[in-house]
Ligand binder design. Sequence first.
Ligand SMILES: NC(=O)c1ccc[n+]([C@@H]2O[C@H](COP(=O)([O-])OP(=O)(O)OC[C@H]3O[C@@H](n4cnc5c(N)ncnc54)[C@H](OP(=O)(O)O)[C@@H]3O)[C@@H](O)[C@H]2O)c1
Length: 348
Amino acid sequence: MMSATELLCIAPSETPQLHLQPCEAPRMGGHEVLVRVHATSVNPIDVKRAAGYGRRLLGLKGAARFPLVLGNDFAGEVLAVGKHAARWRVGQRVLGALPTGPRGAHSSHVAVHLALMCELPLGHDFASACVLPYSFTTVWRAFRSIGLGPDTAAGQSVLVHGASGGLGLIALQLLSRWGARVTAVCSARHFDMCGQMGAHDFIDRLGAGLRQAPAKQHASLNFGSWDDDAAVMRCLAPSAIGHATAVHPLLASFDALGWVGGARHAIGAWHAHRRMLRAQSPQAKLSWTVYQPDADAIEALGALMHQDPIGLPVGLNVPLARGAQAFDHVAQQLPGRAVMNPGLSERK
Ligand SMILES: NC(=O)c1ccc[n+]([C@@H]2O[C@H](COP(=O)([O-])OP(=O)(O)OC[C@H]3O[C@@H](n4cnc5c(N)ncnc54)[C@H](OP(=O)(O)O)[C@@H]3O)[C@@H](O)[C@H]2O)c1
């Protein structure tokens, strides 16, 4: 067996209990590709999962049983190709996102389904690429769930709450390219960055906040806070197409209240918000977006990487052995995404 290294999260704790250890490279199935990981990112979900978040729902697929290898995103190089994965070849540069499971991407090697990665063109570095797939997939799913896309966004107004984060900045880049007029809701210190990424109008969430947001929006996206979800929806026009939120209380409800109480709470919150939305915008769709592996999204990301790449700022790139620093970077919401590099020596 090929030897590998993985960053193990030992037990749920507010201070992530991380341990770098040697392991065997994962076995590759016929529809899979074995990738040597050159860069993997820490997303907010990794920090939450390290503290035990999602223990009930994610536990159903073994993704909350410690010790765990966290992480979804990777960028690297193809080492071996399964017998039904012949569209890939050894040596190709790739990026992709794994399903959320017990053996994630914070590792030197991953086995990936052939449809969950795309080619990384020359000229793009692994660190900048590995911060994209998980967030892009989530944004793509949010857009698709409410019918937002190149054909429906042109000329329309869209409000993005949490615009300065990973999801928000990807949404700004896509929407502005599609010709939408985008209002970014974020801290005032992030207005410039959001403007560079395509936002036209800005609301300081720590100032007048959503009270000042323009009304009659065609669609809204909440990547900021569930507490603001009703206020975000109030910005929609009667003819709006929909509202998607990625910060809904689905996982937290089950964690806090158990199976029965959690289901009752989550369903109650869903219906209450759907009633609010219907009263305001009768045709609008409501989406509680959940990250899932999504071959269409990865294909779309691959096409963009070749034609008109998007990007996110990287704030930290450290060896896998310094994973605690990367988790801390994300927990403290320091600027830019946090990347870990299994190939970097610890001294660098
Ligand atoms: N449901 C899913 O499957 C799924 C998938 C991916 C992500 N998510 C969640 O979606 C959220 C956004 O992800 P991300 O990767 O974009 O996170 P991120 O990069 O950490 O950015 C979040 C942004 O939200 C803003 N913010 C922080 N606290 C806030 C608050 N109390 N109220 C409103 N805005 C606040 C911050 O910007 P300013 O300070 O500039 O306002 C920050 O830039 C996270 O909670 C993440 O866990 C969910």
